[in-house]
Design a protein around this ligand. Structure first.
Ligand SMILES: Nc1ncnc2c1ncn2[C@@H]1O[C@H](COP(=O)(O)OP(=O)(O)OP(=O)(O)O)[C@@H](O)[C@H]1O
Length: 300
């Protein structure tokens, strides 16, 4: 479990994390989302004792990270995959980590196999591709067989097979009762991976919700009728927010499927389609973070 209470990190010119209170529970994959610069990495760094908060606390497994005995056995992290000696081989890098953390050397071969780097284990990491580097970073995070995992953009640079592997790995780790906090900008990937979401915007908490609730809150009803204008008026009178779509259907928010059917029946309107449309995570995320995006491209 990771517990943040009033966590705040202010730099000279900006507040990176702003009064963040959230608990990341074990046994599920928690997706950590937010626009560029919203404070995700800074939060993870505070949890790992790499950045000192300005105020508030970050505890992992009930203690500040720095007070954990044998921290690599308790907490594994992928924060900056470039943080390693480029002249070392993958195997030597992991062995050095194992030795300095009193972990059994046999874990090195085990995690190399887990992440699929056997064929390059004895090559220098300076020649590694982005994806191979990510795999090595994940191997290092898993080295201590930890209860808690913090992974900052683990699928960055991975090929589709690698992305699927990470998804299955995180699922398995959560099913074993571990705490898994993972950030990503790949919404479709996150939708398939996470059970729960923590969303930041400009350092503040925007949402701490089960995935299903967030998607449910942004779902709508699609209804099609040869008498669309009549139906739209009836639905608006019943309290729905109705939008005419380009394909002639109506998108209705605020009324569920049975209610839309009843309203149509009461208005004597024929229906040709009545469907619940679940929002994609991308749509729900964009609706949630719309006002909190700091860096936005403008059309040329
Ligand atoms: N050492 C630092 N000194 C000054 N400002 C910093 C420092 N580290 C981070 N920041 C600022 O804090 C804010 C939050 O950055 P952070 O890297 O935590 O965001 P993020 O959500 O991880 O972003 P991204 O999705 O782009 O990785 C940014 O505006 C960043 O410029």
């Amino acid at each position: 479990m990771i517990e943040l209470v009033g966590l705040t990190k202010a730099y000279r010119t900006r507040v990176a994390v702003d009064d963040l209170t959230v608990t990341v529970e074990p046994g599920r994959v928690t997706g950590f989302l937010g626009p560029n610069g919203s404070g995700k990495t800074t939060t993870m760094r505070c949890v790992l004792g790499l950045t000192r908060p300005t105020s508030g606390t970050a505890r992992v497994l009930g203690r500040p990270y720095r007070e954990l005995a044998r921290p690599m056995r308790r907490v594994g992290a992928l924060i900056d995959p470039r943080a390693r000696h480029p002249g070392r081989t993958a195997h030597a890098h992991l062995l050095a980590l194992a030795q300095s953390n009193a972990l059994p050397p046999r874990r090195v071969d085990h995690v190399i196999e887990m992440v699929g780097l056997e064929s390059v284990a004895h090559e220098r990491v300076r020649g590694f591709s982005l994806g191979m580097g990510q795999r090595l970073g994940i191997a290092a995070a898993l080295l201590g067989d930890p209860d808690v995992l913090l992974l900052d953009e683990p699928v960055n640079g991975l090929d589709p097979e690698g992305i699927r592997w990470v998804r299955e790995l995180l699922r398995d780790l959560a099913d074993e009762g571990r705490t898994v906090l993972v950030s990503s900008h790949l919404m479709s990937e996150m939708e398939d991976t996470a059970d729960h979401l923590v969303v930041l915007g400009r350092g503040r908490l925007l949402a701490d919700v089960p995935m299903a609730d967030l998607l449910g809150a942004h779902s709508a009803v699609r209804v099609r009728s040869p008498q669309a204008p009549l139906l739209a008026s009836a639905l608006r009178r019943a309290g729905g927010i109705v939008e005419l779509q380009l394909d002639g259907s109506l998108r209705v928010e605020g009324l569920d499927v049975p209610r839309v059917g009843d309203v149509a029946f009461e208005a004597g309107v024929r229906l040709h389609e009545l469907t619940r449309v679940t929002a994609s995570l991308e749509a729900a995320y964009l609706a949630l973070t719309g006002d909190d995006v700091e860096y936005r491209a403008v059309a040329p």
